[in-house]
Design a protein around this ligand. Sequence first.
Ligand code: IFM
Length: 450
Amino acid sequence: MPSLTDLELKARFPHDFVWGVATSAFQIEGANTADGRGPSIWDTFCAKPGVIADGTDGSRACEHYQRWQADLDLIAKLGVNTYRFSVAWPRVQPLGSGAWNSKGLDFYERLVDGMLARGLAPYLTLNHWDLPQALQDQGGWANRDICHRFVEYALGMHQRLGDRVASIATHNEPWVMAILGYENGIFAPGIKERGIAMQAAHHLLLSHGMAVRALREVGCKAELGIVLNLSPIHAATDSAADLAKARLDDGRLVRWFMDPLYKASYPQDILDHLGADAPPVQDGDMDIIATPIDFMGINYYSRTVVRAEGSYDVHSSGLEVTEMDWEVYPQGLTELLVRLHQDYPVPSLLITENGGAFKDPMVNGQVHDADRVRYLQTHIEAVHHAMQQGVPLKGYMVWSLMDNFEWASGYAKRFGIVYVDYETQQRTLKDSAKWYRDFLAGQAQAQRAA
Ligand code: IFM
């Protein structure tokens, strides 16, 4: 891919393009027992020995619950126009149904008002994984009844914040919640049963459609959508077996979610593959799931390369690899977006997460993360290439605003463009934050001059 200079990149995006940074509640807030917050499945999961690489949890995280005003100031100074955040369901409705926690609701109301006061459009995600433990005790996403609980939660949040948020995403990355949480068991709630996982996946999609319908019925003005983690799946070789494996994995990651959302059906090859593990689907479910939405959010980090036998060595291609052992593969973002545009009638796409974990040594108070600068620049270029090919891409958000709790990796993996010293909670702009800020300032300047 030819590399564009910063200057060439400037002014290539429309004036109303959404530029943002993203976070999620559990990863930054801390204060997980404060002011009436109930336990979430991630609190329970972190307490199990050996499941989090560095043995940490989300009890302190970035202390965003206390430091939110300074954090919003930081975001505003980057020059973004949008902040994507999530609400911790157990903070606002500790048991996941019934009584609401006014202190939790007040927190998010202050946060949203704080965004608006700083000129930031609030992009709310309802479910970024921190399910109330009380609902998990009833089966979590594998229990169909949770769909009604999710609608109740969505309506409650709409009642409180619906007049001020620009966008509401129902779920963040249902594949991760269902497959890593219920099939591989490496994420909360730590279950290892494929049939249960596929039920969870179905209920995540169903609850999404039900919530979208319910929100529209009460006159929700915010744009409604869902966020998927997608990547192109490449076969390691051209052997029939590797190609078949790539097709299967594409079916489970991409088509399993995109087909129901846009074609009201599950892919037949995957239903056949799952056999008895395919989820029970009731009459009308698929139409509910396919309820039209305003946007599709895509979280993109890397491509996936698969082999029929054994695993692919990410170091074999010579590509740069992040601290997560994910290949740096910006052209995969263009490839993915063009494919989605060709295969599905998606009117509006947003990159809701993109970024990388890198080493990030702090030296004399500075973090020279040239690898992340390069990562962001090449991925923004990749987004632009997709737009040139007609993809209706409306925005781009960096994952993440600041270093935070990276789930099963704990605090060891740093994704932020802002460095967090977890002892002092001091925030320091990395070079990537300065690059993003300057890039956005250049864009704004070029637009004024145009
Ligand atoms: O940190 C996560 C985020 O919560 C969801 N998407 C991927 C990120 C990096 O792993």
